[in-house]
Design a protein around this ligand. Sequence first.
Ligand code: SF4
Ligand code: SF4
Length: 463
Amino acid sequence: MSNKSRRDFLKKSAGIAAGAGALSLLRAEKALARSERLRQRLGVRRVDRPTYQTVGEVERFHSRNTAFSRAVWDVTSPNHPAYPQQALGNARRAQDVADGTAEDGFRHPEFALSDAGTLLWYTGFGFMVTHLWEPFLKPGWKPYECSPEEASQLLKIAAKHFGASLVGTTKLNPNWRYTHRYHDETVKRRAAGPLGRALGVNPAHLATPVEDWVAFDTPPVDEELPPEMNNVVSVAVEMDYQMFRTSPSKIEWAATTHAYSKMKYIVMHLAQFINNLGYRAWPYGSGGPVLSIPIAVDAGMGELGRNGLLITPEYGPRVRLCGVITDMPLAQDRPIDMGVWDFCQTCEKCAKECPAGALQFGEPTSHKKFRTTAAGVLKWPVDGEACNYYWATEGTVCGNCVSKCPYNKPWGALHRVAQVLAPTMGSLWVKMDDLFGYSDKIPSQPFWEQDPREFPKRGPFQD
Ligand code: SF4
Ligand code: SF4
C-alpha cells in the first residue's frame, strides 16, 4: 500500500470510528430520556426519601463479615467447613460430565459457557477495584469544570455508552461504607487454599508467596476514602431473563458470570473517563468499600425487596450492581416508589421458593438477626450463610429469589400493567403468576436451540 493510500485508509478508519462513537453516545442519550419516560408511564414516583427506613443507629461492619468472606477465613462460621464443598460440588458435577451422566443445565457446554463468563471478572484475581484511581490530565489541562447536573449527565451517558443497563447518581451516605475492606490478599489466600487447589490454581502463579500471608486489616474505609469522595454513579447490569428461568443451573450461572465481567468492564472504563476529566474515581462491584444495594436505592434505581435485592421497574431483581465513587460534584437522583415495599409485605414468594430457607417470612426487622446482617435498617434479613451453603453443595449458584419474583418479567405491555397494579392486587398477582407458570423452572437444553438472530431478547432500553 502506498503512503497516500495508507493515509486515506487511516483517515477513513478514524472517521468511521468517530462516527460509531458519536452514534453510540447519541443512542445512550436517547435511551436515558426514554427510560425516564417509560418509568413515568409505569407509575414510578420520584420521592424525597427511600422506601426503606433506618431505625436508630445503623451498624456499619467490616466486609470480611459477609457470608462469603466468613466462609473463607472464619473457623467459627457454620459454613467454613462446608466451603471447600463449593469446589467439591463443582467437582461432582464435573465428574458427571466426564462419566456422561450430567443432568440438564450441568453439561459440558453449560460448564464451558459459565466458566468463560468469568474471564474478565477473575482477571487479576478479583475485581481489581481496590485502587483509588487518580486524575489523568494532559499537560496544561485543568479538571473539567461544569455544573453538577451536567457532570451527572456526562457520567450517565458514558456509563450507558460502556454498557450499563441502568444508571443513577447520588451522594454517598456514610452508613453505606464498610468499616474496612476485605482485602485482595485474602482472595489470593483463598486461591491457594482448599478451594483454589480443587479448582486447579497453581500457587506458583500467585504474586505473593503463600507462607508470607498473615491475617491483616486494611486501613479503615473512612481513611481510604477521603470525605470529598462522596458522590456515586450507581450502575445496574441486566442479566438474561430466559437464562435465569433455568435456575439453578450453569446456564443461569453463565448469565451471572457474564454480568460480573461486564460490570468490571463498565466501571473500569467509567472510572478512567472520570480520571480523564480530572477527578478521582474508585470503581467497585464484586468487592469494594461500600454496600451497592442501598446506594442503588438512594440513586433511584429501584426499591429494596424481601429477597434483600434491588427491585427495578425495568428488570425487577434481575440485575447485578456496581458503580464508581468520585470527588466530581454530581447532582442527585431522587429515590423512587413503585410499590415494592408494600407488595413484599403480602407476597412471600421468594421466601417460599428459596431452597435454603435463607429468606424470611413475616414482618421486616431492624434487629441483627444473623451474624452476616447489620442492625439499624428495617428489612427482611437474608441468611447469607444458608444461601452460600446451598450454592456450595449444589455446585452452582441459585437464582430463585431473582427468577421467581413476580417483578422479574420479560418486557411486555401486559406484564407492566400487572406490575403497576401489583400493590392493589396483592396476593392475587402472586397466584396468577403461579397459574401462568412463571414460577416453573425451564430446561437448559432449549437455550442452545434458539434462533441466534433473536438472542438475546432486547429489553425496552436498547435499540
Ligand atoms: S440465591 Fe437461592 S438459596 Fe440464595 S437466597 Fe436466593 S433463593 Fe435462597
Ligand atoms: S418475590 Fe415477592 S416478596 Fe419476594 S422480593 Fe419479589 S415481590 Fe417481594
